[in-house]
Each structure stands twice: as structure tokens, then as C-alpha cells.
Ligand binder design. Structure first.
Ligand code: ZN
Length: 488
């Protein structure tokens, strides 16, 4: 932890908007219109990536949000290609809203397969709903299922619950608020409830196409990019396409926006009008981080990155695909702001573009996103600032050792305590990256990170992925280093 467009252009209607927008983007709708639309959310240099991942799951959602009752009413169709190797009769979906940390509710109203009403059942905690398919989906075949559901978010619980799923009075945050097909692991569906110390959502890259009707008083900010917008009475209807993204999160907000283009990506920052300095600094840090990481890790593959301040206490910042939520107090407090923005921007490469299992291999994205703070300081402030950041990680780690709580960085989320997770996966993990850089040299280290992103982009990396690339790059033995820092 730790899209949209600015609405200067308005008041188009219906099909005219699609044609206008596509002409504006210099594209045309031809034989594969849906794919063409999804390209609009990608960076100009990565639009062909869509073609390479044509069999990614496709979520199409149409619905509306009632701000007064804080309720999302949605109809969702998932087209999913079965790559499990098995014949599938049951499809389990995660309902994160029903976890106690979220304090919300998702209720499935109806399920359909090929237009036929299909039975479903919940697990004990209602965090999983499972559809019983009328016929099996063979390996390699495509299954299409439709769910109608309602998701409600709580009011003003950011101080005690997960603030990324909350109405704080100005922003309604719907983090992972839809039924998400769970992952297939070790020959079965993973239906265990996640440990909620850190990030929760494991999912493959997917394509989202979402049309939402919301009050005209609010802006829709989301994963992906808005391609059309129409106004009817006091509502607006916005259609968003995601490009290749790992999850879909959206917020409705009345906060003002500032916008800047960086390397072909539009950064939108939504912060309270009273926090002029915090808003400008957030934009400044995000712009510098994006430009630096584009150069060091490879181009951010999307045309938009949104940052929204929300009332929350369980995080300083939290990453979603193409969307960062920042604790409003962090935006107002300069001391933590820069490292938090940099950390969350780095997660766009590590967690989103290069995925990892955030429960079994939580350190894989957290350690490198934390180390990215050092990379950033070294680039913009010099070696002394980088060493100072490393010294603060060392201090945290020394305190842990003193309390006799040292352990391997690589653990399942369940075996950390909250304290040991925060020190081992973040601080000790970042110190490991510095030790790796010292051992193989700065040049090789830079190459390894580039190769890591190039190799695992849109895929799932694990605890050994970087080890293998680094070993090949340096033609040296890194077992001692990994035993010292990482491995159980
Ligand atoms: Zn993080």
C-alpha cells in the first residue's frame, strides 16, 4: 500500500460523442470495436499490448450510483477464457465489500448464464459467491456469466475501517466493489479469506468496460479512461475503458482537479481546495516519480494516472490500477507526502504491471516499492539523501532485531504480525535491494530491474523471479544474499 478526464469539454450526446472522441484520439472503430476502444486507455507506445492479451478476462459493467444511499446498482458480464486445465462447473467470485474490514455489503440479486437464471450460494462470511454453471466450461473454452448486484459503502468510517471503501462526505470510494473472479491456484479455486494486514486483491490482468450513471454534482475518477460522457437532467453517464489492468476501482468526488501531462500520460490530482500547497506538491512528486520510473523501469503503459485524497487512517496511501488514494492528512503534512506519493507511483510497476500474490508473496511488491523511494532520492536529491533514507530503514530494522523479532522477509501474510510485516516486507526488503545493488553493481542492478519489468509485465512474479534474472545478469551466486535477507 502506503481515470478520468478533466471536464472542460462537456455536453456531447450519445453516438456523436464516441465518434468525436475517436476522431479526437486519431483512431477508428473497425472490425474489432471493443478492442479499439480499450486501446484508448493505453499509452500511445503500448496500445498493441492489448492484441497480445486478447484472451484476458473481460468485465463489462453497466450501472448507477445513488449517492444518498451510498449504493451501487450494477449489471456485470464476465467473458472468461478457461485456462485452468480443468473442466469448470463452479465459478467463485470474491465480494470484498462483505469482509468486516470493509464494513459494506454486496448482495447478489440474480445470476445468468446464456440468459438462463443460474443458482448461486455464499460461503459462511459471504465474502465468496459461487455460481453453479448449467454446463461445464471446458479447458480453452469461453464462459460468459452475468451478475446483477448491489454494493453499499459505509459512511465516514475512515478512522476505524478501510478508507478506500467509504463515503467521507466529499468522496465516495468504491475499492474492489464488484464480484471479482477468484484465482485458480494449485488445481483449485482460491476461496480462503485474505489476511487484511496489507493488500487483499489477487487477480490477473483483465479488460474493464464500465458505464456508470452518477449525479452530475460528482466527477467519476477511476481505473482507465473516460471515453464518453452524456448529461441527462441532474445526472451524468460516463463510459470508462481500462486497458490491461489488474483490478477496477472508482470514486465519485466533488474535489477540484488539477491536471498535468507527463511523458504522454495525464496525471489528475483531486485534493481539497484549501490544500493548495499539498495539491501542488502531490502533483510535483508524482510527475517526477512517473518520469524517473518511465526511464528506469520502462514506460508506464496507460494514458492516465489519478490521485485522490480521502479521509482514511488505515493507510498513508494505497495503490489501485491507474488510481492512487492518498490519506488527506498526509497530503496536508509535508513530512510524509513525498515518500508516500513515490511509493504508490512505484506500485504502478510493482503490483499492477508486474503482479504478485499479495498474500503469499507480499514482500515482492512492497520491498521494491519502498526501495523505489531510495532510487528517487538518489536521482533528485543525491547520494546523501538516499543514504539517509536507507539509514531510517536500518533503524527500523535494528529496533526489530533488538526486540528479537527478526525473521525472513519472504513470509505468508498470515505469519507476520502487523509490526513485523511493516518492518520486514518494507524496510528490511528495501535494505536487501541496496545489498543486491552493492553486490552486482549499479549498472547491472539497473538492467535487472528493467529486465524484470519487461519479462513479467502483465504477468505474476514470485519470490524467485528477480533472483533468477539477477543471477543470470551478474553470472554470480546470490544464494548467500537471499539466505541472509529473504528466504525462510
Ligand atoms: Zn506499498
Amino acid at each position: 500500500m502506503n481515470g478520468r478526464m478533466s471536464h472542460s469539454r462537456r455536453m456531447y450526446t450519445g453516438a456523436v460523442v464516441i465518434a468525436t472522441m475517436l476522431m479526437y484520439m486519431g483512431m477508428q472503430v473497425s472490425a474489432a470495436p471493443e478492442r479499439s476502444l480499450q486501446r484508448l486507455a493505453m499509452h500511445p507506445t503500448t496500445q498493441n499490448d492489448i492484441v497480445l492479451h486478447d484472451d484476458a478476462p473481460r468485465y463489462t459493467m453497466v450501472g448507477s450510483v445513488d449517492v444518498r444511499t451510498r449504493t451501487l446498482q450494477m449489471r456485470q458480464t464476465l467473458a472468461w477464457v478457461n485456462h485452468t486445465g480443468a473442466s469448470i462447473r463452479e465459478l467463485p467470485f470474491r465480494l470484498y465489500a462483505n469482509l468486516s474490514d470493509f464494513a459494506g455489503q454486496t448482495r447478489i440479486q440474480r445470476a445468468f448464464v446464456d440468459g438462463i437464471v443460474t443458482p448461486f450460494h455464499y460461503n459462511l462470511s459471504h465474502s465468496i459467491v459461487t455460481l453453479r454453471l448449467p454446463t461445464a466450461v471446458r479447458n480453452g473454452a469461453t464462459g460468459v456469466v452475468t451478475l446483477e448486484y448491489q454494493t453499499s459503502i459505509p459512511l465516514d468510517v475512515g478512522k476505524t475501517k478501510y478508507g478506500a471503501f467509504n463515503d467521507d462526505g466529499r468522496t465516495l470510494s468504491f475499492a474492489s466493489a464488484y464480484p471479482l473472479l477468484t484465482t485458480w491456484q494449485g488445481g483449485m479455486w482460491d476461496i480462503t479469506d485474505p489476511d487484511t494486514k496489507g493488500d487483499l486483491v489477487n487477480s490477473p490482468i483483465a479488460l474493464y468496460d464500465v458505464t456508470l450513471t452518477i449525479p452530475a454534482t460528482h466527477q467519476l475518477v477511476s481505473t482507465g479512461t473516460a471515453i464518453t460522457q452524456t448529461f441527462t437532467g441532474d445526472t451524468r453517464t460516463v463510459r470508462v475503458v481500462s486497458g490491461l489492468q489488474r483490478d477496477f476501482t472508482f470514486v465519485l468526488t466533488t474535489l477540484p482537479v488539477t491536471t498535468r501531462m507527463v511523458d504522454g500520460t495525464r496525471i489528475n490530482v483531486y485534493v481539497d481546495a484549501d490544500e493548495v500547497a499539498g495539491s501542488a506538491q502531490t502533483m510535483h512528486y508524482a510527475s517526477r516519480a512517473l518520469r524517473l520510473f518511465n526511464a528506469q523501469f520502462g514506460q508506464y503503459p496507460y494514458n492516465e494516472l489519478d490521485i485522490v485524497a480521502v479521509d482514511a487512517s488505515s493507510f498513508y496511501g494505497v495503490e489501485y490500477p491507474g488510481l492512487l488514494l492518498m490519506q488527506a492528512a498526509t497530503v496536508a503534512k509535508p513530512s510524509r507526502l513525498e515518500r508516500t506519493v513515490v511509493h504508490e507511483v512505484a506500485h504502478q510497476w510493482f503490483y499492477n504491471l508486474v503482479g504478485n500474490d499479495v498474500q503469499t508473496d507480499a514482500w515482492v511488491d512492497e520491498a521494491i516499492a519502498t526501495y523505489a523511494q531510495v532510487i528517487y532520492l538518489r536521482a533528485f536529491e543525491g547520494e546523501e539523501a538516499a543514504q539517509s533514507e536507507l539509514a531510517s530503514f536500518q533503524q527500523q530494522y535494528d529496533n526489530l532485531i533488538e526486540r528479537e523479532l527478526d525473521g525472513p522477509v519472504d513470509q505468508h501474510m498470515r505469519t507476520y504480525t502487523l509490526y513485523s510485516f511493516n518492518v520486514l516486507a518494507y524496510a528490511k526488503g528495501a535494505l536487501f535491494y541496496e545489498a543486491l545493488r552493492m553486490q552486482i553493481g549499479a549498472h547491472s542492478f539497473g538492467r535487472v530491474l528493467q529486465e524484470y519489468v519487461a519479462t513479467y509485465r502483465y504477468q505474476i512474479a514470485d519470490s524467485d523471479s528477480l533472483y533468477e534474472l539477477a543471477t543470470n545478469q551478474c553470472t554470480c551466486a546470490l544464494d548467500t544474499l537471499y539466505r541472509t535477507w529473504i528466504r525462510p
